[in-house]
Design a protein around this ligand. Structure first.
Ligand code: B12
Ligand code: SF4
Ligand code: SF4
Length: 413
């Protein structure tokens, strides 16, 4: 505080006693050291390819109780890893013992623009077009931690991205990177929200940035209005169980029937609540990014997916974000998209999918065939009905056939 600074020319009161001055000088040089170290640490982050870096103290997050309420409301769905580590979220020291500071980092993944999906293809959200960001960012984090430990031998440092019990967005706001938008994502005035977040935790005291206090959402509600599955319970509160990102990536089970039409043509993830955000209009894409689309990832040919057995799927998608839901999850999603979009050639592929080894895939194919008008889809459903052993898939077949009866397409009547 300036008014307490004995060397402040504005003060002009009593000159400091020598005994008081020495620790203050020490303190001041410690502050200068901290600032210099933090500046050089941020430089390392920039060198590693991060676009934003800010430091904040390791404290109990103020949104902790909002998080606990969110868990108690069941909004985490089947993401059991969130409630399982509930207590650990209370302080970053549970992620790194002795943690005093966090360096919050953000990397923009805005690259190419989405290609319009052709008939028979499904959309993949931008974050998943390139290499798995966990792998890319972890390497960068290792390099930053190694640098810090070399500068300050004995210092502890740990880099985390996504998987640690840490409310990354809340710390990002505390470190001044941006504000939490009504869509619950961190937004930065210059870069928008196409950002991956990561953090370096350390027992070293850094020079802290000012928190980003203001929200720049104003009266806008574009994200809340545009969500295809009405996943926002209120501004800033997302019910994951309705979010397409959760349904297509995290959910291992069947997608609830009432939410299937909302998936539209999303094969993996969803970008709607970011695409409509006015803060995402300006930022330009970047070339030469590790997050640039890999071949055939934007969009993905759905019909070809059904040709892949486990081995083929592994060969094509291991190391990409499409690997997380595995073949069964991706084929479930692909079938639902085919049911929503009904491209030519879809019935043949879905009929083959009715014989897949995975009941999850067969059930989704049954639903999708039920969306097709005409005899061909109904014949495939009826044929499968003769031999299907799984009770859940049988229910789906029965519902699809009942739908046909309602719409006058039942070939048996
Ligand atoms: C679980 C998870 C999900 C879940 C739940 C998402 C969610 N909104 O919580 C699902 C699977 C749905 C999901 C989807 C996506 N995710 Co995600 N996800 C996570 C993860 C692993 C944990 C998030 C968490 O703890 N949620 C718990 C709830 C309680 O948090 P919350 O709702 O935001 O509540 C907090 C604040 O909103 C605030 N708050 C609460 N009420 C209020 C009220 C006011 C007025 C204010 C100001 C604040 C406020 O306090 C709460 C506690 O901090 C984080 C990584 C991490 N470790 O943080 C990535 C993360 C949030 N995901 C990310 C991404 C990219 C996505 C997707 C865009 C992917 C996609 N394209 O499909 C979508 C976006 C959907 C959306 N609109 O959120 C990025 C976000 C980057 C950014 N710019 O913010 C993160 C940070 C991963 C990363 N390392 O980059 N994700
Ligand atoms: S990612 Fe899609 S489904 Fe999820 S909240 Fe945003 S708009 Fe809704
Ligand atoms: S769409 Fe509007 S309300 Fe939603 S995050 Fe962007 S500015 Fe905020």
């Amino acid at each position: 505080m300036a008014s307490m600074d004995p060397n402040s020319p504005a003060l002009g009161s009593q000159p400091p006693r020598v005994a008081d001055a020495a620790p203050r000088l020490q303190e001041r040089s410690a502050t200068a050291d901290r600032q210099a170290l933090t500046a050089r640490l941020k430089e390392q982050a920039q060198r590693q390819g991060f676009d934003l870096a800010g430091a904040c103290p390791a404290v109990t997050p103020t949104g902790l109780h909002a998080f606990y309420d969110w868990l108690a409301a069941g909004y985490a769905g089947e993401m059991q890893y969130l409630p399982d580590r509930r207590e650990a979220y209370a302080h970053p020291r549970h992620v790194l013992p002795g943690a005093r500071s966090l360096l919050l980092l953000a990397a923009s993944y805005r690259t190419a623009e989405p290609a319009p999906p052709a008939a028979g293809s499904g959309r993949v959200s931008r974050y998943a077009w390139g290499n798995d960001y966990h792998d890319v960012l972890r390497q960068r984090l290792h390099a930053i931690c190694d640098w810090l430990k070399a500068e300050l031998p004995g210092a502890a440092a740990r880099g985390v991205v996504d998987t640690a019990p840490l409310l990354e967005r809340e710390f990002a706001q505390l470190a001044g990177l941006g504000w939490v938008g009504k869509n619950t994502l961190i937004l930065n005035k210059k870069l928008g929200s196409w950002l991956f977040l990561a953090a370096v935790l350390t027992d070293v005291e850094l020079a802290y940035d000012a928190p980003h206090q203001a929200s720049h959402c104003g009266t806008c509600t574009a994200c809340l209005d545009a969500c295809p599955t009405d996943a926002f319970v209120a501004p800033y509160v997302l019910d994951s169980r309705r979010c397409i990102s959760y349904l297509t990536i995290e959910l291992r089970d069947h997608v609830p029937a009432e939410l299937r039409p909302g998936l539209g043509d999303w094969l993996l993830g969803c970008d709607v609540c970011q695409d409509v955000c006015p803060w995402n209009r300006k930022p330009a894409g970047r070339e030469n990014s590790p997050f640039a689309p890999l071949a055939a990832m934007n969009p993905v040919d759905l019909l070809a997916l059904f040709e892949l057995n486990d081995e083929g799927f592994r060969a094509r998608f291991r190391g990409t974000p499409l690997w997380r839901p595995r073949r069964r999850g991706i084929l479930r999603n692909a079938a639902l998209v085919l049911g929503n979009t009904r491209p030519p050639g879809g019935i043949a592929v879905l009929s083959r999918g009715l014989r897949d080894t995975e009941p999850l895939v067969r059930a989704a194919c049954a639903w999708a065939l039920g969306q097709y008008p005409g005899d061909q889809a109904q014949a495939a459903l009826r044929h499968r009905w003769q031999s299907e052993p799984d009770p859940h898939v049988r229910n789906e077949l029965a519902s699809a056939l009942a739908l046909a009866r309602q719409s006058g397409h039942d070939i048996s009547s």
